[in-house]
Design a protein around this ligand. Structure first.
Ligand SMILES: *Cc1c(COP(=O)(O)O)cnc(C)c1O
Length: 409
């Protein structure tokens, strides 16, 4: 076998290109090491990670305590399946519920799986608790949503690339504009079981709904006996400066979906949390996952939550988010349409005439900043939540000049 480590940048890309399915168009950088907010490429160049694996690495790369938890638990017992009990699962449930105020937890692995699990749960709840006639349950979702890549989920996406030629799709979903509580109210029928929404739309480009939207949505769902499902896979676990983004409007979802940073990026761990007894409708044999709730995942997730709280990452995200945003707002460039953010979930949107935002990300890379565009015109900025003041300033010193000149001939 040849040793990939000894190959050049070009050789590695050629192998990826030849043997891999081309489902991503990555930035032209090959990373081999990470620590905290920093990553290094195979030639030893250092970059600040301002994507954080789409907010999976909120706790920073290779967090020593999360790494230790993975090493320790995977050397003792990694997987039992749920055919047997393991001694880590109960503690994981307890920690998650204590932290989030949830009553029940369903452990899964990827974010999309957890969303699918929430949808299954809500349909079953609709028939068995709400009394919706057989196979008539409707779930309302939002325009420009992103909830993952399975066939059901892309079936209610309105992104052309995500859904084109993957049909036929599952029926039972209705779409309403994001941020419009009245549209939700009008779409609800006696057969509506749930409303699935991101508190801030991440993949759509960090779209923040109008103030009061989530509180109104909460009220509408309660009044109509509709389960409110918040997909906090990206907004959750400190990213917006609160543990959960729902806290910005002082509400509680009936079902919260977590993933990504639930493991600090160390291992795929996701979970459905239910506040009402929604998850109580699931009985043995009705849902499952070979890896869901495995001991290694539980140990990693417990530590990922512990460091988030003990090391003050949530408060830090709020403070550093303010500092970062204040810096970004000083940028003078008429090609910029909007600069927006909540906590350390930030984005700069250019007018389409400014050219593709991928160009900005290439220029940022030259300055030692890794970021990725969403769609054609938006650059998302989301460093790990452990970023320090001086690291924010270091980043701004590099980002401001690049964003100030983009699109200006
Ligand atoms: C990333 C993401 C998902 C999907 O998670 P995967 O682990 O990639 O399946 C779902 N919802 C939101 C809001 C996300 O950001």
């Amino acid at each position: 076998m040849s040793n990939l480590q000894d190959r050049s940048h070009e050789q590695i890309l050629a192998v990826e290109n030849a043997f891999g399915a081309h489902t991503y168009k990555p930035l032209d950088v090959i990373l081999s090491r990470g620590a905290g907010v920093w990553v290094w490429d195979i030639d030893g160049r250092k970059y600040m990670d301002c994507l954080s694996a789409y907010s999976a690495v909120n706790q920073g790369h290779c967090h020593p305590r999360i790494h230790a938890a993975l090493v320790e638990q995977s050397g003792r017992l990694a997987l039992t399946s749920r055919a047997f009990h393991n001694d880590q699962l109960a503690a994981f449930y307890q920690d998650v519920c204590a932290l989030t105020n949830a009553h029940k937890v369903l452990p899964m692995n990827s974010g999309a799986e957890a969303v699918e699990s929430a949808l299954k749960t809500v349909r079953k709840w609709g028939y068995e608790v709400k009394g919706i006639p057989h196979d008539q349950a409707e779930i309302i979702v939002c325009e420009n949503n992103f909830h993952g890549r399975t066939i059901t989920i892309v079936g209610f996406s309105d992104d052309y690339n995500s859904r084109h030629n993957f049909g036929p799709f599952a029926p039972g979903f209705k779409t309403v504009p994001f941020g419009d509580a009245q549209a939700l109210e009008q779409a609800i029928t006696p057969n509506t079981a749930g409303f699935l929404v991101e508190p801030v739309q991440g993949e759509a480009g960090v779209i923040i709904p109008p103030d009061g939207y989530l509180a109104q949505v909460r009220e509408i769902c309660s009044r109509n006996n509709v389960v409110l499902i918040l997909d906090e896979i990206q907004t959750g676990l400190g990213r917006t400066g609160r543990l959960l983004a729902e806290e910005h409007e002082h509400i509680e979802a009936d079902i919260t979906v977590l993933g990504k940073a639930l493991s600090g990026g160390m291992y795929p761990v996701s979970a459905v949390l239910s506040n009402s007894e929604t998850l109580g409708v699931l009985q043995p044999g009705q849902h499952g996952s070979t890896f869901g709730g495995n001991p290694a995942a539980c140990a990693v997730a417990r530590m990922a939550l512990k460091v988030l709280v003990e090391e003050g990452m949530i408060e830090n995200a709020a403070q550093m988010g303010k500092r970062f945003m204040a810096g970004l707002k000083t940028i003078q460039n008429p090609r910029i349409k909007e600069i927006r953010g909540r906590g350390l979930m930030m984005a700069v949107e250019f007018y389409p005439e400014a050219g593709h935002a991928g160009t900005v990300c290439g220029a940022l890379k030259q300055q030692g900043i890794l970021a990725k565009e969403t769609h054609e015109s938006t650059v998302r900025l989301a460093p790990p939540l452990i970023i320090t003041r001086s690291e924010v300033d270091w980043a701004l010193d590099r980002i401001i000049p690049v964003l100030s000149s983009h699109g200006c001939a």
